[in-house]
Design a binder for this molecule. Structure first.
Ligand code: UT7
Length: 325
């Protein structure tokens, strides 16, 4: 009992009801189910209902995670929401979720690292919990990218979807063994030289508008596999584990070709990758907790499994977390 580890107690997801298929999109822009499937692995995505907010979706995912953990809202003293699509420029949508859950103690704030947001938020919670400043955190990813897409731009509008996912993490005193549960290793990276490769062309201090997603897809793709592989390698080295030890690889879900490429480069078993991109498309910061919720719900991820999370997104930002569930 000599080390504090950040242990996952539960997770949950929320998806809006409306399904938008590739065939539906082909009626709006010059694209096809075949192109989208071959280039990305995406078949369909969910779209938030009119008036359905990031905070409301995040609160739904948070409730599901609390249920899974067998905990009540008052057991939580930290909420970190990863999002690039907040309800408003300020306040942070995390405080709206806090209020919706009826929590009046502790702290709540947003983290903005686009598609890497959940990994950055989980790493942030890990540090707060390990330092003893907070005891139990809700780490949430919630996004309504459908509201920042240019629906005339076929190179971006087919790639994204809406949704939310959440985990409850708790500080636990453990032995410090490699076989302990909890977060074992974290690596975060950013390189702002690439900030114009994937961005939104608006903002409070520039245009005064919200803006739309713009992406140099092939350039992002070119960097993705190398950057992801490097950060995973560094995380494994830090932990003392090898790629062959991993039970479940739960990557950010941007493009199946990127996931397959990274898995191949690292020698990860393709059967051990949790893939939701076919059903959810790219839900940015929500994609990893949604995939975790899927893997838990269908019985794949079990207590004690070694789970590797990884993401890369606008900034560029990228990172990985290795944890024992
Ligand atoms: O989560 C954040 C991280 N984001 C990513 O990881 C995204 C990374 N990038 C990608 O996933 C891929 O680059 C895309 C899926 C975005 C694009 O795939 P690609 O194989 O790199 O295609 P491309 O952009 O080079 O486009 C190939 C062709 C072009 O036509 P020409 O110039 O060859 O005639 C495009 O105009 O495909 C065309 N195209 C489309 N065709 C049908 C682009 N978008 C579409 C579309 N439907 N939706």
């Amino acid at each position: 009992m000599n080390i504090v580890r950040t242990v996952v107690r539960g997770c949950g997801g929320y998806l809006p009801e409306r399904v938008l298929t590739n065939d539906d999109l082909a009626k709006v822009v010059d694209t096809s189910d075949r192109w989208i499937t071959e280039r990305t692995g995406i078949k369909e995505r969910r779209i938030a209902a009119e008036g359905e907010l990031t905070s409301a979706m995040g609160a739904n995912a948070a409730r599901a995670a609390l249920d899974d953990a067998g905990l009540a809202p008052e057991d939580i003293d930290l909420i970190i929401l990863a999002t690039s699509t907040p309800d408003q420029t300020f306040p942070a949508s995390a405080v709206t979720i806090q209020a919706e859950l009826g929590i009046t103690h502790g702290a709540a704030f947003d983290v903005q690292a686009v598609c890497s947001g959940f990994v950055f938020a989980l790493a942030t919670a890990d540090n707060y919990l390990k330092s003893g400043q907070f005891k139990r955190a809700l780490v949430i990813g919630s996004e309504v990218f459908s509201r920042i897409l240019d629906w005339q731009d076929r190179s971006t509008c087919v790639l994204f979807g809406d949704g939310a996912g959440a985990v409850v993490v708790e500080a636990q005193k453990l032995n410090g063994a490699l076989t302990d549960r909890g977060i074992l290793a974290v690596s975060l990276r950013s390189d702002g030289r690439y900030r114009d490769k994937l961005y939104v062309d608006g903002g409070p201090s520039s245009t005064g508008t919200v803006g739309y997603v713009r992406m140099d897809g092939p350039e992002v793709f070119r960097h993705a596999v190398t950057k992801i592989s490097e950060v995973i390698g560094a995380t494994l080295t830090q932990s003392g584990y090898n790629a062959s030890d991993i039970d479940w690889f739960v990557p950010h879900q941007a493009n199946k070709r990127i996931l397959d490429g990274a898995a191949k480069k690292l020698g990860l078993d393709p059967e051990r990758i949790i893939i939701t991109v076919d059903k959810h498309a790219n839900t940015s910061a929500a994609s990893i907790p949604l995939a975790l919720a899927q893997g838990r719900a269908d019985g794949r991820i079990k207590t004690g499994d070694l789970v590797l999370l990884e993401a890369m997104g606008g900034g560029f930002t990228w990172g990985a977390v290795l944890l024992r569930w």
